[in-house]
Every structure is written in structure tokens, then in C-alpha cells.
Design a protein around this ligand. Structure first.
Ligand code: ADP
Ligand code: MG
Length: 353
């Protein structure tokens, strides 16, 4: 009950908003379940020009998304974009819509940054706020990729420790926060909180097939229905241990790691083709490598070279994330302790100069 009272009091003193408070700016995204705009507050002319907030007008799934964002805000706020407020807006024309409000974190998602020819150097400049004087090359690229992956796993570990599985981890849902100079996770629209049973039955139609792990359902079919919320709190940590639902996100994160190492796999069509190849290899990255490496382009070979640095610890980590069986995949916390991250990342590099 303390938790509820605290949450209620906190919520009471937080500013609340309504429909007419916002001036809509640029549309940032549009999916089947909502539209996202950059917005500013009407009563704050200083912020009018650009818009320092983000507004999502969501359909029925908005209710779950508000719930997830409230929980993240209290339990692991640094993992995700800074959530301000969510409410139900009833309009005579559109019926019920959920409105969600975040701080505008920055212009670029990891997807935008990865599509640049300059990746990963463009990210290095954003994280450090300066350009490195060191020569470009595999070692430096590896450090940048390592730093991005560590930030992503750190954010994911926060969610997983809270009991939330995101289920839609992909470069489009990772935003670079210009304020903290780190990557944060966005879009909790498909997320599930297994400890309290919210959105427990996976809506597999929400899952993005490009990044989804091979298991269709996150929980085993022996636990098909959600117990009601208060009862589930006591039960689900056990289910969590048994079924390791968090490993779904680890698979997706592994694919992001792969795309960072191999520029050729960054396009949608090539990623889809890779997924087909991997399926044919029964989701075994080692056998995938054996089939493609002998006739690989120099660009593809360069990706393997990057992962093979320092005795192949990058490759070792990647293969521990992208595995068919969820049970055999590493967790976010274990991945963060992997020797791949023993080497200091970008910040140490800048101190060395
Ligand atoms: P959906 O994928 O359901 O359309 P998202 O929550 O992923 O909705 O948001 C869509 C896009 O809006 C993101 O890919 C990102 O470009 C942008 N965006 C979302 N939240 C923020 C934020 N807090 N700061 C900056 N940009 C954001
Ligand atoms: Mg999204």
C-alpha cells in the first residue's frame, strides 16, 4: 500500500495536462496503434518553436503503455525516455484515445544513426561531444559499438530487473538522449510486465518479425492465462525464472549488435534475408558463419574481423545472445559482465589523448 500511496502523492504533484495545452509540431511516427508528434506547450511560448515534448495519441493499447511508463518512471527511469504524463482523451469523432507525453530526448534513433555512412563515428562524436583525433579503424569502431551495446544492455537490465520485457527492441526504438548523451529505450507499446500480469498474454501480432526471437510465445504454453494482478505478484518471479522471458529482448539486441558489426545487414531486405539464412542454419550463428564466410565480400569479412578482435570476445558475446533456445541465451546482467566489456569504452579513449 505504501507504494500506491507514494505513487498517488507523486502523481498528485506532477503537472497534469489536457488536450488544449499542446501545439502539434512535426509528425515523428505513425503505426497501426498510434501517431507520434513533436509538440510544445501552448502556454509556454519559449518552447513553441521546436517543441520540447513528444506526444503519442494511441488506440486501446495506450492504456498498457501508460501503465508501463508509470512503472518505469518509478523503478528504472534512466532506462527509457523521460515520461511525463498519460491520460484518456474522449472525443466525439474519434472515440477514446490515450495521450502519452514524454520529454523530447533528441533527433536521432539508433536506426537513423546506423543508416549514416559515417556510423559508428557519428555516434562517437555525439557521446563524447567532440571528434576523436585518433586514426579511424576497426579497433576504434569496436570501442564505439561496445559503448553503444553496453548502454543498451544497461537500459535493458533496468527493465528486466523491474520485471518488464519490452518485446520490440530494434534500432527504431532506441533513442539517443542529447541531455544524458546515452541511448535510451522507447516505445513500451508491446511490453509486458510479468510480475503483475499486465499484458501477460503475448499479442504476437504486435511483434516485429525482423527482430523477434524464434519463440512465438514468450511464456511456455503451460502458462497460457494471466492470473489477476495482485495474485500474480507473488507467483510470477518463479515463472520468470522458469521461462526466462527476458531472453526474447536479448535475441533482438543480438541482432542489433550484428547490424552494428555488419553494415550490409542494416537494410531491411538484407536483414530479412539474413533471418532466412539463419533459420536454414537452425539458428546456429557458427554454422551461418561457415556457410557465408568462404564466399564473403570484403565488407562482410571486415565485420567478422571486428568481432574477432581481442581473441574473438565480440563474436563470443554475439553468439551467446543469438541462440535458438531462450534458456541458452545470456541475460542482460550477465552480458554486461562479459569480457567483451572489460576493455574501457569511449570515455577512457578520450582520456588517453
Ligand atoms: P511507434 O513506433 O508506435 O510509432 P514510438 O514510441 O516508437 O511509436 O515513437 C515513434 C518515433 O517517435 C520514434 O521512432 C522516435 O523517432 C520518435 N520518438 C518517440 N519518443 C521520443 C522521445 N521521447 N524523444 C524523441 N523522439 C521520440
Ligand atoms: Mg516504435
Amino acid at each position: 500500500w505504501d507504494m500506491f500511496v507514494l505513487a498517488f502523492v507523486e502523481r498528485l504533484f506532477r503537472p497534469t495536462y489536457r488536450k488544449d495545452d499542446f501545439v502539434l509540431g512535426k509528425k515523428l511516427g505513425e503505426g497501426a496503434f498510434g501517431v507520434v508528434y513533436r509538440v510544445s506547450l501552448a502556454k509556454n511560448p519559449a518552447s513553441k518553436k521546436e517543441g520540447d515534448l513528444v506526444l503519442k495519441k494511441a488506440t486501446e493499447y495506450g492504456a498498457v503503455e501508460i501503465w508501463m511508463n508509470e512503472r518505469v518512471r518509478r523503478a528504472c527511469s534512466s532506462s527509457c525516455a523521460d515520461f511525463l504524463y498519460g491520460f484518456l482523451e474522449k472525443s466525439p469523432k474519434k472515440g477514446a484515445e490515450y495521450w502519452l507525453l514524454w520529454r523530447f530526448e533528441g533527433e536521432a534513433t539508433l536506426s537513423d544513426l546506423m543508416l549514416s555512412k559515417d556510423f559508428p563515428y557519428n555516434v562517437e562524436a555525439m557521446i563524447l561531444g567532440e571528434v576523436q583525433a585518433l586514426p579511424k579503424g576497426l579497433g576504434r569502431e569496436n570501442r564505439i559499438i561496445q559503448t553503444i551495446l553496453r548502454q543498451l544492455l544497461f537500459a535493458l537490465d533496468g527493465l528486466h530487473t523491474t520485471g518488464i520485457v519490452h518485446r520490440d527492441i530494434k534500432p527504431q526504438n532506441v533513442i539517443f538522449s542529447e541531455g544524458s548523451r546515452t541511448f535510451k529505450i522507447i516505445d513500451l507499446g508491446a511490453a509486458t510486465d510479468l510480475r503483475v500480469g499486465i499484458n501477460y498474454i503475448p499479442k504476437e501480432f504486435l511483434l516485429d518479425p525482423r527482430y523477434a526471437a524464434p519463440e512465438q510465445y514468450i511464456m511456455s504454453t503451460q502458462t497460457p492465462s494471466a492470473p489477476s494482478a495482485p495474485v500474480a505478484t507473488a507467483l510470477s518471479p518463479v515463472l520468470w525464472q522458469m521461462n526466462l522471458p527476458d531472453r526474447f529482448d536479448i535475441y533482438s539486441t543480438g541482432l542489433i549488435f550484428l547490424q552494428m558489426a555488419f553494415p550490409a545487414l542494416r537494410s531491411d531486405s538484407n536483414l530479412i534475408q539474413f533471418n532466412r539464412q539463419l533459420k536454414r542454419c537452425e539458428y546456429d550463428l557458427v554454422s551461418w558463419r561457415k556457410t557465408v564466410e568462404p564466399r564473403a565480400s570484403s565488407e562482410l569479412r571486415r565485420g567478422f574481423e571486428l568481432l574477432d578482435l581481442d581473441g574473438g570476445i565480440g563474436w563470443e558475446l554475439l553468439t551467446s545472445m543469438v541462440r535458438y533456445k531462450a534458456r541458452q541465451r545470456t541475460s542482460a546482467k550477465a552480458a554486461l559482465a562479459h569480457p567483451y566489456f572489460d576493455r574501457e569504452g569511449l570515455l577512457a579513449l578520450s582520456f588517453m589523448q
